[in-house]
Design a protein around this ligand. Structure first.
Ligand code: PLP
Length: 368
């Protein structure tokens, strides 16, 4: 049987049926109903954040967080990372803002704060960093830069659900943080997402933006859209949240087995745990140094594929190498992101992955 890079986490069917029964009684399917509210409160508790607004997916959550902060302005620029899923960049561009790409750190793949300031101009309005693979950005340095230059910070925390730093939930950094609950993430609602924020002023703004900008009967004060999380997905979230701790522990077992098998090998670079950061074991990225190994990332990818194992070149290519952003940047400006994107592979990682399968995957990699 083939092994895919991930397998969506699902609750027992009976749990889900139990959770959607009230929906069948009330016929209240969407528009911030009781299940939405219950789920929202559970998440505020779990993530330890002051406010949270739920969305139909992570992308719209990020797009509307940028809009809600009032960042749209002619020629406005946003400093971000090219080493991310294209959604991050699209959310900036679709707000009429220009993404400006800053290179990343070679150790944890997050934006390099030492390279941010040289990119700031009088048009810069915000920084949109990404907690890649659940690795925490240098939130303290980014905060200092943002305060000094009066910039907003919106984190793409799509990979960082449940991660804490010195005991503080990751959603508390910056002006806002986006989480994704897509089927492939550590925690899913099938499709879904959220924005966490600390300033109550954004609460109504986000709430109305995702519902066409409607403030009350017939009055519309903003050009919104439709990005509401429905009751069925909220119910899925309630079921999956209940199991999350257990799922993360199972992922940890897989993670540690990979570490045991792959560490200490010249030419194979593994992610190192960050001090003070709790991991969610969302991904297992491995950097293959072809100069040392004599085999490239692509060779390993193919070798696994021949054995019906599907790792992922994630992220490849870097966003600033994609056709739709060709006219605003050159990849040579971010050589580290370019190098990482060419040499990294995320290995299969999900809670049900058997240890024997992890061993099988490692055998193939080590034999290659
Ligand atoms: C998944 C993801 C998104 C988009 O989230 P969706 O819920 O799929 O819309 C954005 N950024 C990153 C880094 C992601 O991994």
């Amino acid at each position: 049987m083939s092994i895919l890079v991930t397998r969506s986490s699902m609750p027992p069917l009976e749990d889900y049926i139990e959770e959607i029964k009230p929906i069948f009684e009330s016929h209240w399917l969407t528009n911030m109903g009781p299940v939405y509210k219950k789920f929202q409160h559970q998440l505020i508790d779990y993530l330890g954040v002051p406010y949270l607004s739920l969305f139909v997916n992570g992308h719209m959550a990020l797009e509307m967080a940028i809009q809600a902060l009032g960042l749209q302005c002619p020629d406005g620029e946003v400093i971000t990372t090219p080493y991310t899923f294209v959604s991050t960049t699209h959310a900036i561009a679709r707000n009429g803002l220009k993404p400006v790409f800053c290179d990343i750190k070679p150790d944890d793949y997050t934006i390099d704060p030492d390279k941010i300031e040289e990119l700031i101009t009088d048009k810069t309005v915000a920084i949109v960093p990404v907690h890649v693979y659940g690795n925490l950005c240098d939130v303290e340095a980014i905060d200092r830069i943002a305060k000094k230059h009066n910039l907003k910070v919106i984190y793409d925390a799509a990979h960082a659900f449940g991660v804490t730093y010195k005991g503080i939930g990751v959603g508390n950094f910056g002006d806002a943080s986006m989480f994704s609950f897509h089927a492939t993430k550590v925690f899913n609602t099938v499709e879904g997402g959220a924005v966490a924020f600390s300033d109550a002023a954004y609460r109504n703004k986000l709430h109305t933006l995702k519902n066409f900008g409607i403030i009350n009967n017939g009055n519309v004060d903003d050009i919104g859209g439709n990005a509401k999380l429905d009751e069925f997905r909220a119910a899925m979230g309630i079921c999956n949240l209940r199991r999350l701790e257990e799922c993360i522990l199972k992922r940890k077992v897989v993670y540690e087995r990979y570490n045991e098998r792959l560490s200490g090998i010249n030419g194979i670079r593994l992610s190192q745990p960050q001090v003070g950061v709790s991991a969610n074991y969302a991904y297992y990225p491995v950097y293959f140094d072809k100069d040392i190994l004599g085999k490239s990332r692509d060779d390993v990818f193919e070798q696994l594929k021949q054995n019906d194992i599907y790792a992922r070149k994630y992220f490849y290519p870097a966003v600033n190498e994609l056709q739709c952003y060709q006219d605003i940047c050159i990849w040579e400006d971010t050589p580290i992101a370019h190098d990482i994107s060419l040499n990294i592979l995320t290995l299969p990682m999900y809670e049900e992955l058997a240890i024997e399968d992890v061993d099988y995957i490692c055998d193939i990699i080590l034999n290659a």
